[in-house]
Design a protein around this ligand. Sequence first.
Ligand code: S3P
Length: 447
Amino acid sequence: MSQANKTLTITTGLAGKVSGDITVPGDKSCSHRSIMFGSLAEGTTHVSGFLPGQDCLATMNAFKAMGIKIEGPDAQQNVVIHGKGLHGLTAPTHALDIGNSGTTIRLMSGLLAGQKFSSEMAGDNSLNKRPMKRVVDPLKLMGANISAAENGTPPVICQGVKANETLTAIHYDLPMASAQVKSCVLLAGMYANGVTSVTEPGITRDHTERMLTAFGYPVTVEDTPIGKKVSIEGGHKLTACDIQVPGDISSATFFMVAGLIAKEGELTIRNVGMNPTRIGSINILKQMNGDLTVTNERMAGGEPVADIVVKSSQLRGIDIEERDVPLAIDEFPAIFIAAACANGTTRLRGAEELRVKESDRIQAMADGLKELDIDCTVFDDGIDIVGGQLTSGTIHSHDDHRIAMSFAISSLRASGEIKILECDNVATSFPNFVILANQVGLTLKQG
Ligand code: S3P
């Protein structure tokens, strides 16, 4: 994938008004899974609200390369997938380019481990530095012939199972609270003899369990003394269905923070996914005295959704509760900006997973905050941020979309211009971010 260095220049000064009525694009996790499960289903799956971000398009292209006919996304973000059943994928003729998407490479490792053909996956600079041993290890326990590079990073190379063999079902206690690893093992479990189960040490997002159920694939969930246990038996079938993808709470969080830190205004964000495993940012921002109202709660496509009304607020620093960490794992860059605008100190611990995201998000955010004269102290598993006056400077986003968008939002409270480098990857998760941000009152200039 190309890595041209685009620069996003922020020209706004001290806080303006953030107001309006917006809808954020579809949820990334659900969009990925809709393509994967739609491809493995029997029949035609219709997806609405699909996220047309580069990450989800990478998933789509990978399944097209394995013989699946997929139409869209059209202008309304509808996608049609002509599924070929659990055993309908065909060997790709080339190595699969996964771009920036950790979810794609990790979930597909599980799927590809169960296929009868060989495959290879790699991605861009950022993805090619990320840990894959966490998926390769359990898959090897299942008998998969799969490997990563010697240092545990991509490419992930899989030889597939022999004609007369299948994977072996295992029970796996996840060493870290990771939905991607959980999902990888469960998806391999669809191709294993017997019942594969996974226990998670902390709550992780459950879109795989929900969506497999929507496709008619039986999944069992039970509480155990060491955490939630999810079990799946190999060999059942997925039946095509209609999937409504909710708005992405991770994308919405940038606008929640923008609305809270702005000097004035009221912003409504509609149709936001409110899956209980994803609402950590709402919990945390409310504890920080954020005026967030969740209204119009309803169900759509097996997931809870709601509208969120955000009002400008004087935030206060808090000690973030560790139980909220996995529930807000993708939202911390934006929450750190809220912390920088709060009265007092915000403390985060138990978040070492942030160091292996699209960038080392603890260090990348600390470097950027310091550049803007915010006092912060880095720990192995977290950070302390002392609220203060953001100034001006140049930020490196390290090819990480969420670092770039967080500092774009921070411009609402900065005393001068902020220049953010390496912003190409904003398009991985939020292609219309700049347009929407400018629509609600920010002044972002892309160049
Ligand atoms: C995801 C799981 C999370 C999250 C990622 C998407 C998913 O990662 O950070 O952006 O769709 O399963 P973990 O596997 O570390 O939980």
